[in-house]
Design a protein around this ligand. Structure first.
Ligand SMILES: CC(C)(COP(=O)(O)OP(=O)(O)OC[C@H]1O[C@@H](n2cnc3c(N)ncnc32)[C@H](O)[C@@H]1OP(=O)(O)O)[C@@H](O)C(=O)NCCC(=O)NCCS
Length: 301
């Protein structure tokens, strides 16, 4: 197997993106065409490091790209057709100059590369599965009484609510892993302004406030395709949990998404998040695919 820099390997990438986009659409109902256009622009301009792996006859067996952001190396995509290709790509990636400068290496995505989870574990990664759940919205509809429509003030306050609902740091959390407020604000910007997880649907997103006006819960909805809404984030302040608030917010948001021509809603949940899984189970969500979440803390040089 021969690994080379993908910035000098444009041929073959259009097909590679097409394969990923087709897979995302058919399995996840997620239209990723725009994401791949952004990736290709960044690659073609030399801003996005990545690798391709070929055999000695020049046939493609896989590719990956990664980004060093805030000291962490985020693996953006990883696709191979064999364990040998996985092995070659992981080895090269972890020896890259970008990896040697990173304090953490993370991967979060819909990844089916043969042998990847096991290979990452042998390299010292912790690997946690996340489930991609879906439900039809044919019967959806919940009262919005007592709930608030999404406003710019909600956007301004949501980072604080998230930091309360996900207290402290968690190296395995795919967002705001250090729990710093600046990370939470970046995460909210990525969800709401940058379309990091579909296109934000303020008209289907909801909030709830306490008697003194404090934001107590949110359901952030995005659109993944014309007929598919996504629960991009849901959080209830710990003092308001287990009182039916999450269920009310979600039922109402599902009804609003249905009224906006969405046939289904999808979401991602850590397989170990029992409270959230119990709620989604009750709301009729079932598992459709598995995502991989992997993280490794690097020794600081
Ligand atoms: C998951 C979360 C949104 C649930 O919100 P909530 O308002 O506490 O949930 P509800 O009170 O509406 O619970 C509805 C049902 O969900 C299930 N559920 C909720 N919390 C649960 C818990 N801690 N343990 C077991 N089941 C739970 C129960 O079936 C519950 O019904 P019941 O109380 O009649 O038994 C909330 O715990 C939270 O914000 N967690 C932190 C952030 C998070 O993990 N978000 C989900 C990301 S995918």
């Amino acid at each position: 197997m021969i690994v080379s820099d993908w910035r000098e390997a444009g041929d073959g990438l259009a097909e590679a993106y097409r394969v990923e986009a087709r897979r995302a659409r058919s399995l996840l109902h997620w239209n990723t065409d725009a994401n791949w256009r952004i990736v290709e622009t960044a690659r073609a301009h030399g801003h996005l490091p990545g690798r391709v792996v070929r055999d000695i006859d020049g046939h493609w067996h896989g590719w990956t790209f990664f980004l060093l952001h805030d000291g962490a190396l985020q693996i953006g995509a990883f696709s191979t057709d064999s364990e040998a290709a996985t092995d070659a790509l992981v080895r090269d990636l972890l020896r890259s100059p970008e990896a040697s400068r990173a304090s953490r290496v993370t991967l979060f995505g819909f990844v089916s590369a043969p042998g990847l989870a096991g290979r990452l574990r042998t390299e010292g990664f912790t690997v946690e599965p996340h489930l991609y759940l879906t439900t039809r919205l044919d019967q959806a509809g919940g009262s919005v009484q007592g709930l608030d429509a999404w406003t710019p003030e909600t956007t301004a306050d949501v980072a604080e609510l998230l930091s309360a609902a996900y207290p402290g740091s968690d190296p395995m959390r795919p967002f705001a892993s250090e729990g710093r407020m600046e990370e939470w604000r970046d995460y909210v910007r990525a969800l709401i302004e940058a379309g990091g997880c579909g296109t934000f649907m303020p008209e289907a997103s909801l909030a709830i406030s306490s008697a003194v006006g404090q934001l107590d819960g949110v359901a952030i909805i995005t659109r993944l395709d014309a007929d598919t809404a996504h629960l991009a984030q849901m959080a209830i302040r710990p003092s308001a949990q287990r009182r039916g608030v999450g269920q009310r917010l979600l039922a109402a948001a599902m009804g609003l998404a249905r009224a906006r021509q969405c046939e289904r809603m999808t979401l991602l949940v850590n397989a170990g998040n029992c409270p959230a899984r119990a709620l989604y189970d009750r709301m009729g969500f079932t598992s459709r695919a598995e995502f991989l979440s992997a993280a490794r803390i690097n020794r600081v040089a």
